[in-house]
Design a protein. Structure first.
Length: 130
């Protein structure tokens, strides 16, 4: 996974994003672009947990994933691999943290920015936007 921020420029509240006050893992929006969103959606439904939400945004597949930051890279890469195996074509994804003071549109915009960077790098990767 690629991170779209320089570590020296990390937001001041970055350590606070590691877990919620109640100790549960944060929720992330994973936006996946693929050539066959129907087949990708079916494969992702089989691979995601019941608490993860799977929707569509046009031709893109949107997955709300609850994962700790330590597990996030592995989860995002695994889900992208599931999509690529199901469709037989490269896919790319953008990832952004849900919550805080961000609106749903802002979260989707940031995930889409990560997705554009992932495609410009040749696909088959996940790019996280801060």
């Amino acid at each position: 996974m690629t991170l779209l921020e320089h570590p020296a420029l990390a937001p001041a509240d970055a350590p606070a994003r590691r877990a919620r006050p109640d100790g549960s893992a944060p929720t992330w929006l994973l936006l996946i672009a693929t050539t066959d969103p129907d087949r990708a959606g079916a494969a992702l439904r089989r691979e995601t947990r019941a608490r993860d939400l799977l929707t569509r945004d046009g031709d893109d597949v949107v997955v709300h994933v609850t994962a700790s930051p330590a597990d996030l890279d592995a989860v995002a890469d695994r889900l992208l691999t599931v999509v690529e195996r199901a469709t037989g074509r490269p896919a790319a994804a953008g990832l952004c943290l849900v919550g805080g003071d961000r609106t749903d549109d802002e979260v989707l915009r940031r995930a889409r920015a990560g997705l554009r960077v992932a495609w410009s790098c040749g696909g088959s990767r996940v790019v996280r936007h801060p």
